[in-house]
Design a protein around this ligand. Structure first.
Ligand code: GAP
Length: 490
């Protein structure tokens, strides 16, 4: 990461804390690594992103329904899904500092160093080798790379490495009263993805909501992973939230649906007005244990291009596994006529296309894209700066700030009338304290798209000043047009 980018990332982290978006968890006890709490504006922004996703999935698609499955699931779920055996990352420890690293992250950091030194070809070669050896689970070759490139531990500065080992990322806990001799039987996992709650409910949902293939099941909720590399703010957390959708299709149609969702999901990001040039696809070479085809939607965060969402063609892997482990049929009867045979398609286990986005990562994306330290040239030619969050209006924590110019002359009463008029429709904020310029700056810093000032002229002609966050332009509009104007922009 370049120093300039690192500074921007640090500024965003400080801003998020100072303005009530994100706090380190249990901060009075010095925090808990890779766990964060959302403050008043953060909770609003997070909810608005979740709602936007939920609506676009379940309201705009007639063939997608939502569920809310429990975090705890029967432990066999995770044997069937492959997480007990396969949900692990290759890790390496530095013997001097005792610090543990994810092997791909260690090598990627070296590649980034090479890129910064202008050694683009070496960077490319290194990443190519890494992808190849990761795909083959060739840990000896991966360790050779680490030695060949003399990669050092950032803490001890030495290259005294252990062998590479796999490390399972699931958190375990115990269920009910535990007897010492059968403690193993009581182990449950904190789910590492929400997807399995959808798979085990496939037939419940299909039957009760009378869904016909192709159809999707959407869910948002917490997931937990014992991440080793955990120093990237809310980018990589140990407790985070996912927004996942499993789309069940007829076998043989999965490639076209994979393309469809790959395209649809990028369009969802762009529908928020986010810049296309900051996005790219990354098609996977090394596939997860369940995947037939997979790609990431990556965004250019201040820490570089990183995954925000995954699109995975999961074949019939999950439902077949649950059928085998539960001994309960997970088949769907398709009574559509197959034009090739002239008969119904009949019974089969559907194939699945998954879209999986991290809510916290999307939050960081929105914040990173929104954050600007802007230089303003005043009318007299002098300059000033302001910190502004250009959050898309429909996601902004507060949509409208209502600001009486003075605390007297009946202005607060008129302002409260406007609050009462708008509050039922969108989130408003009322403030009388401080000079108006200062109040505008505070609203800019939390990304409020509209501020309305009530002044003495309001009493005369029923007009108010509306100020637009991004352009800072001010206009005089009728008092009774404010609500409509804000709503049009949401
Ligand atoms: N069900 C598939 C699945 O979980 P994934 O690629 O492991 O796939 C999907 O995760 C998304 O969840 C990622 O694209 C990312 O946005 C988010 N995510 C994964 N691990 C995360 C973590 N430790 N902290 C924050 N978000 C995470």
């Amino acid at each position: 990461m370049s120093i300039q980018h690192n500074n921007k990332f640090q500024e965003i982290i400080s801003h998020a804390k100072e303005y009530g978006f994100v706090f380190p968890s249990s901060e009075i006890y010095d925090g808990l690594s890779a766990v964060y709490d959302y403050g008043p504006y953060g909770a609003e922004l997070k909810k608005n992103i979740r709602d936007y996703w939920w609506k676009s999935m379940t309201q705009f698609n007639d063939n997608i329904v939502g569920i809310d499955a429990a975090i705890f699931m029967h432990p066999t779920t995770w044997k069937a899904s492959g997480h007990v055996d396969n949900f692990s990352d290759p890790m390496i420890d530095n013997k001097d500092s005792k610090k543990r690293y994810r092997v791909d992250h260690l090598i990627e950091a070296k590649a980034e160093e090479l890129a910064l030194e202008g050694k683009k070809e070496e960077e490319y070669e290194l990443l190519k080798k890494m992808d190849e050896y990761l795909a083959a689970d060739d840990f000896v070759a991966l360790k050779n790379i680490i030695e060949e490139y003399k990669i050092k531990c950032s803490v001890s500065g030495t290259s005294n490495w252990t062998d590479i080992r796999q490390f399972n990322l699931m958190f375990k806990t115990e269920f009910g009263a535990v007897a010492a001799d059968n403690a193993e039987d009581n182990i449950v996992y904190l789910r590492p993805e929400t997807a399995q709650g959808i798979f085990v409910n496939f037939l419940n949902v299909q039957k009760t909501a009378r869904m016909k293939i192709p159809f999707g099941i959407a869910q948002t909720g917490k997931a937990f992973r014992n991440e080793i590399v955990a120093r990237q703010f809310i980018f990589r957390m140990r407790e985070f939230e996912q927004m996942e959708m499993q789309f069940f299709v007829r076998p043989g149609t999965e490639d076209e649906w994979y393309k469809y969702w790959k395209n649809e999901r990028l369009n969802w990001h762009l529908s928020l007005g986010l810049p296309k040039e900051k996005y790219r696809y990354h098609d996977h070479v090394k596939l997860a244990h369940y995947a037939k085809e997979a790609c990431d939607i990556e965004y250019e965060f201040p820490i570089g291009f990183k995954e925000v969402e995954g699109i995975h063609s999961r074949s019939d892997f999950d439902l077949s596994q649950h059928q085998q482990f539960s001994k309960k049929k997970q088949q769907y009867f398709d009574n559509d006529i197959n034009p090739e045979t002239g008969k119904a398609f009949g019974n089969y286990i559907p194939y699945v296309i998954e879209t999986s986005i991290g809510l916290d990562r999307m939050f960081l994306l929105v914040l990173s894209n929104a954050y600007e330290e802007e230089t303003i040239t005043k009318e007299d030619g002098s300059t000033d700066t302001r910190i502004v969050l250009h959050i898309p209006a429909k996601l902004a924590p507060v949509k409208l700030a209502v600001l009486p110019l003075l605390k007297k002359d009946g202005l607060p009463e008129i302002a409260q009338q406007l609050m009462a008029d708008c509050k039922p429709y969108f989130k408003c904020f009322y403030e009388e304290k401080d000079a108006i310029g200062k109040r505008y700056r505070r609203q800019d810093a939390i990304g409020t798209p509209f501020c309305v000032t009530i002044d003495h002229q309001t009493k005369e002609d029923n007009t108010v000043t509306i100020r637009f966050r991004d352009s800072m332009k001010q206009e005089r509009i009728a008092f009774n047009k404010v609500r409509e104007l804000v709503m049009q922009n949401l």
